[in-house]
Design a protein around this ligand. Structure first.
Ligand code: TNX
Length: 537
C-alpha cells in the first residue's frame, strides 16, 4: 500500500519518511522496525569488490530519512567534495535534501565522513565504514579512501538508489562494520579513442561506471594508425588530417579531444578519484601521424590514411632528427596538460621497426618523458630495452611468461597486468557475441575472474605487480552501448582482482554478488551482457 503513495515532492518524501520510519516519535532514534521486505535489504558483504572484513549486525540497520545530513570534516575541502558527490548520488532516488555540513548535529541522523583515527591497515586508499541505528561513519586517511567508502555505501543501499527520480521506499543500510583496503594500488581501465573516437560525455559516463567499482586509473589510447585524437598545438595537422571525418576504422570514428575538453575530462576524472593516463603509441601504430606529416616518413612522402584493423606495419623514421623534434613536442605538450604522474608511450607491436632501431628510439624518447616530469609507462615490449627502474610495463601477453619482463622486475621495475586472454574487454564472450575480436580467444566472465595477478607472470612475484588494468580496444566499438556491453560484467571482475584479497577469491561468491548488480545496472540503463554463467536477479 505504501508503494502507491506518489512521492514527487520533498514534502511527500518527508511525510513518507515520518510515517514509515516512525520518526514522528523522535528524529534519529529510528526505534520502530519498518516493515521493509527483508529480501530487499543488501547484505553487508554483497559488495564488489569484496571488502577485506565485514561484520554484520542485524540489530544496527540504518535508514536514510528526510532528516539525514551528510557531515564532513571541518577544514578539509577534499572531504567536503566527497560529501557533495555522495549527496548528488543519493538525492535523485531518495528525493531527500541531504544537506552537506561540517556542523555536528548529534540529534540528527548522519552520514559522517571523517579523516584520520583509522586502523593502521586502512593505508592511503582504504576506509572503515560503521553502520549503527544512528548513522553511518566512514573513516579514512585520505579523500581517496573516503570516496571508496562512499562507493561501498552506495552498493549497500537498495538497487533503486540508482534511479534518477524519487522512489517511494525505505532506504535501509545494513548494520555492522567494514574494514577495507586494496590489494593493489593501481586498478585501471583503458579506452581506445583512436580506432573509434568516444565523445567526452561517453567517457564521463564510463568514468562514473568504473568509479563505482573502485577503479582509480583511466588510460586513454589517444593515437594509432587510424586516428590522432588529441590536440597538439605545435603540430596542428595531426588532428586536422587524422582526427576529422573519415578517420577511424571503416572511416567511422571521427573526432578528437581539444585541450579544453581534455582538461575538463581530467577534472571530471579527478572528481571521481580517477587519474587519467594519456598514451601516444610509438614508434609503431603511427600511420595517422605519418599521414598528417610527410616529414615523419623516411621517404618524405605522406602515407595514405588507414581505416582497416591491421597492426604492425607503421614505424616512425628512426634515423631522422625531425622524428625526435616531433616526439619531444608531443610529449612536452601532453605532459603540460596532464595532471597525473604517468605518460604512456605505447611501444607495442613495432614489427616494422628493427630491434636495434627500437632500442635507439626508446633510448632517446624515454628520457624526454622524465625531462617533462612524468613517469614512463609502456606496453611490455619496452621492458626489452632496459628502461629505468621507475618505468612501468603493461603486460598483455597471453601465455603468462616473458623473460624480458621477469628480468626487468628483478631489476626493480613494476608491471601492470592486462593479459589479453583475461583482461581485454574487447574479446568476445563467446562465438555469438556480435561485436569484439577473438584473437586472444573468447573471454567469458569466469575467464576474466579466475586468475591471480599475484602469480600470473612466471618469475614475477606479487611485489613486482603495481596492479591490473582492463583495456577496451575500439576496432568494433562505436557507441557507449557497445562499451557497456563489453565492460559489464567483466570490468567488475577485473576490479575485484585488483582490490580484494587473494583469500577472498571465490567464483561462487563473485557470481552471486555479480548477479545482484543487475537491478542497479538496469536502473542506470547500462547495456550489460547477461552471461549464462551468472544467475541474474
Ligand atoms: C593488440 S595489445 C593491440 C592493439 C589492438 C588489440 C585488439 C596491444 C598492446 N596492441 O593494437 O587494438 O590487440 O585486441
Amino acid at each position: 500500500m505504501r508503494k502507491r503513495i506518489p512521492v514527487t515532492s520533498l514534502l511527500a518524501a518527508v511525510t513518507l519518511g515520518l510515517s514509515t520510519l516512525g520518526l514522528a516519535a523522535g528524529a534519529g532514534t529510528a526505534a520502530a522496525t519498518p516493515p521493509a521486505p527483508a529480501h530487499d535489504k543488501q547484505g553487508l558483504s554483497d559488495v564488489i569488490p569484496a571488502p577485506v572484513e565485514a561484520e554484520a549486525d542485524p540489530e544496527a540497520d540504518f535508514w536514510l530519512s528526510p532528516f539525514t545530513h551528510i557531515r564532513t570534516e571541518r577544514g578539509s575541502a577534499e572531504a567536503r567534495e566527497v560529501g557533495k558527490y555522495l549527496a548528488s548520488t543519493l538525492r535523485p532516488a531518495t528525493g531527500y535534501p541531504l544537506p552537506v555540513t561540517s556542523a555536528k548535529h548529534s540529534f540528527l541522523p548522519s552520514i559522517s565522513l571523517e579523516l584520520g583515527r583509522t586502523d593502521p591497515r586502512v593505508g592511503d586508499q582504504g576506509y572503515q565504514l560503521d553502520v549503527t541505528k544512528r548513522g553511518v561513519t566512514i573513516k579514512a586517511n585520505t579523500a581517496d579512501g573516503l570516496f571508496s567508502g562512499v562507493q561501498t555505501l552506495r552498493q549497500l543501499l537498495p538497487a533503486q538508489i540508482a534511479a534518477d527520480s524519487p522512489q517511494p521506499r525505505i532506504w535501509t543500510v545494513p548494520g555492522g562494520n567494514i574494514l577495507d583496503y586494496p590489494r593493489f594500488g593501481y586498478r585501471g581501465a583503458m579506452l581506445d579513442l583512436a580506432r573509434h573516437f568516444h565523445e567526452p560525455d561517453e567517457i564521463k559516463a564510463y568514468i562514473d561506471q568504473i568509479a563505482a567499482y573502485k577503479i582509480n586509473y583511466l588510460h586513454l589510447h589517444l593515437t594509432d594508425d587510424q586516428g590522432w585524437r588529441i590536440q597538439i598545438d605545435s603540430w596542428p595537422e595531426l588532428t586536422k588530417k587524422s582526427g576529422g571525418p573519415g578517420t577511424g576504422v571503416d572511416g567511422e570514428g571521427p573526432g578528437f579531444l581539444t585541450k579544453a575538453e581534455y582538461a575538463e575530462l581530467n577534472a571530471y576524472a579527478a572528481s571521481r578519484h580517477i587519474t587519467i593516463i594519456p598514451e601516444i603509441d610509438m614508434p609503431g601504430h603511427t600511420n595517422a601521424a605519418q599521414h598528417a606529416y610527410a616529414e615523419l616518413n623516411c621517404d618524405g612522402v605522406a602515407v595514405p590514411p588507414r581505416t582497416d584493423i591491421e597492426v604492425g606495419y607503421s614505424s616512425l623514421c628512426i634515423d631522422s632528427e625531425i622524428t625526435y623534434t616531433f616526439v619531444e613536442d608531443v610529449i612536452r605538450e601532453l605532459a603540460e596538460m596532464t595532471p597525473g604522474p604517468y605518460l604512456h608511450i605505447g611501444g607495442d607491436e613495432a614489427h616494422a621497426t628493427t630491434d636495434e632501431d627500437y632500442r635507439k628510439f626508446m633510448d632517446r624518447v624515454m628520457p624526454m618523458v622524465a625531462k617533462y616530469g612524468k613517469t614512463i609507462y609502456g606496453w611490455d615490449e619496452i621492458m626489452q630495452v632496459d628502461p629505468p627502474t621507475s618505468a612501468i610495463g603493461q603486460f598483455w601477453d597471453t601465455d603468462g611468461q616473458d623473460a624480458d619482463v621477469a628480468e626487468a622486475v628483478a631489476r626493480g621495475n613494476k608491471i601492470v597486468l592486462s593479459p589479453a586472454n583475461k583482461a581485454y574487454l574487447d574479446m568476445k564472450y563467446d562465438e555469438s557475441t556480435p561485436i569484439g575480436l577473438s584473437w586472444a580467444g573468447y573471454v567469458e566472465v569466469r575467464d576474466a575472474y579466475d586468475w591471480n595477478p599475484g602469480n600470473h607472470v612466471q618469475d614475477v612475484p606479487e611485489s613486482g605487480v603495481l596492479g591490473v588494468e582492463a583495456p577496451l580496444w575500439s576496432e568494433t566499438l562505436r557507441t557507449l552501448d557497445h562499451i557497456e556491453y563489453m565492460a559489464f560484467p567483466r570490468l567488475p571482475a577485473i576490479a575485484e582482482l585488483g582490490w580484494s584479497t587473494e583469500a577472498s577469491h571465490d567464483w561462487e561468491s563473485f557470481r552471486q554478488r555479480l548477479g545482484a548488480q543487475a537491478p542497479r545496472w538496469e536502473q542506470q540503463g547500462i547495456n550489460f551482457y547477461r552471461s549464462p554463467q551468472v544467475d541474474w536477479q
